[in-house]
Design a protein. Structure first.
Length: 153
């Protein structure tokens, strides 16, 4: 009987070891990312969420258990399925949109989409990243207000 040590594992099944290492590395990177991220399953018509990172949970107020298996539109677009489908169908990958958190507050964001494709070119997942634009929009409103005051007689 051959006993494998931990040091021998990479040589025993290099492809599996590399796959598991890459998977763990990817999970760690997504978890450490400070941008809210969600991964959607593209194989189902509802495009359910299969992963959210801690930044998503903090930004939107939904825990992973509440988000997983639900369509993105149900969580952040107030049920606007048409908007979600339009974003996924468009060729562009970035939009400035409003999303809503669990608390009901609107949040201006830049939404970026990335398709994950299988070897045959079929889209299997969507990666959705959100960049908070609240501060930028607040500064823009303040600037417009100051311009209006300066233009007033």
């Amino acid at each position: 009987m051959k006993v494998l040590s931990k040091a021998a594992r990479p040589e025993a099944a290099p492809a599996l070891f590399r796959l598991l290492s890459d998977s763990a590395l990817s999970r760690s990177a997504l978890g450490a990312c400070r941008f809210p991220l969600a991964i959607l399953d593209a194989s189902l018509p509802s495009r359910p969420i299969t992963y959210v990172n801690p930044a998503f949970e903090g930004f939107f107020g939904y825990g992973a258990a509440e988000a997983l298996g639900r369509p993105l539109a149900a969580l952040v677009f107030r049920g606007d399925d048409a908007l979600a489908h339009r974003l996924l169908a468009e060729a562009a990958s970035r939009w400035q949109v409003r999303v809503w958190g669990k608390d009901g507050e609107a949040r201006p964001v830049e939404l970026a989409l990335g398709a994950v494709r299988s070897a045959d070119g079929r889209v299997t997942h969507w990666v959705v990243a959100f960049s908070d634009r609240s501060e930028v929009e607040g500064l823009r409103a303040e600037l417009q207000s100051l311009r209006a005051l300066a233009a007033a007689p």
